[in-house]
Write a protein that binds this ligand. Structure first.
Ligand SMILES: [Zn+2]
Ligand SMILES: [Zn+2]
Length: 322
């Protein structure tokens, strides 16, 4: 089979004189501008992906024209190669907003929650809410609102303004035990405490179009784009790598199995829909680092997975059914 496939590919290449195209028209075979890997970009498809692709080798963002992109340090939206901060963002008063729960965050939180409900069907498994919220509280400082669930088969997770954790039922179905879920939650909190999500949503709300403009012009609401970027794309390799590191340390500190993080990402990567979710792409470097990090942090005798607890709770609410 493999021989036949590559034979066909070779014929195609000969006929067209170029590598086969990926789904969004990005030519496979182009080198990643970040790491030099060949032909491994995942096109991101949602309402306004803006032609963004993610390199499966390094997690780097690539614009439609093949140039490099990375998140702006202030607004967390994609910025062109070499741009650390958008010019308009540099002018913003107090470029890095304060972390924590403020009244501004409350307002923003309400708007984002409203949007979430119009964009996704929500899951309402009550007992699951208690379990996930309880686990989150055991991992993070301060109080957290009840976790929210969306009825999506693919793995999706984000912390929204107001410290609102939202995850898909598909994410819970993909994971195997509490240790893996603890890692996923802990890494979202690493991102939230670095202010990434807040900066992005705040910037989006500042440029939000009025309702009548949205009705009359067929453009995507920046807040909607912020939500989709946060859930499906994340914050770029540097921020995500830092989150991996912090979260690995946290799960080991809580006596969970140190090999759970790598297993969690493996499960999530295979459950992600190619060309949509790119947050859990397990690039070689990321896998290697998690493995060596787990080894160096070591495992104590008391490492736990809590697999039985997890299966009982998650199965009990029929996350796995259909
Ligand atoms: Zn790359
Ligand atoms: Zn910016």
């Amino acid at each position: 089979m493999g021989t036949t496939d590559s034979g066909t590919e070779a014929v195609n290449k000969q006929e067209t004189g170029r590598e086969p195209s990926l789904r969004d028209g990005v030519v496979g075979g182009a080198r990643c501008v970040h790491c030099g890997a060949i032909g491994t970009a995942w096109p991101i498809r949602f309402q306004d992906g803006g032609g963004l692709s993610v390199c499966a080798g390094c997690g780097g963002w690539i614009a439609r024209d093949g140039s490099a992109e990375s998140p702006c340090g202030v607004c967390a939206f994609p910025a062109a190669s070499g741009v650390v901060e958008h010019a308009r963002c540099q002018e913003e008063e107090g470029a890095i907003p304060p972390a924590g729960r403020t009244s501004e965050q409350e307002l923003l939180s309400e708007a984002v929650e409203e949007l979430l409900e119009t964009m996704f069907e929500s899951g309402r498994p009550d007992g699951l809410t208690e379990y996930v919220t309880g686990l989150t509280s055991s991992l993070v400082e301060g109080s957290v609102p009840d976790a929210k669930f969306v009825d999506l088969g693919e793995p999706v997770v984000a912390v929204l303004p107001g410290r609102q954790l939202v995850m898909s039922l598909g994410l819970l179905a993909a994971l195997e035990d509490e240790a893996q879920l603890a890692f996923v939650i802990a890494r979202e909190w690493e991102l939230e405490s670095s202010g990434w999500g807040y900066r992005r949503f705040r910037a989006a709300s500042g440029t939000r179009r009025s309702w009548w403009q949205r009705l009359t012009r067929r453009s995507v609401d920046p807040l909607e784009r912020a939500l989709e970027l946060s859930m499906f794309v994340g914050y770029g390799p540097a921020a995500e790598r830092a989150a991996d590191r912090g979260a690995l340390a946290k799960v080991v500190h809580h006596d969970y199995d140190a090999s759970a993080p790598l297993k969690a990402l493996r499960r999530l990567e295979s459950a992600a829909i190619a060309g949509r979710g790119a947050r859990f792409l397990l690039a070689g470097e990321r896998a290697e680092w998690l493995q060596s990090g787990a080894r160096s942090l070591g495992c104590s005798d008391s490492t736990r997975l809590n697999r039985e607890v997890y299966r009982r709770v998650v199965d009990g609410f029929r996350v796995f059914a259909g």
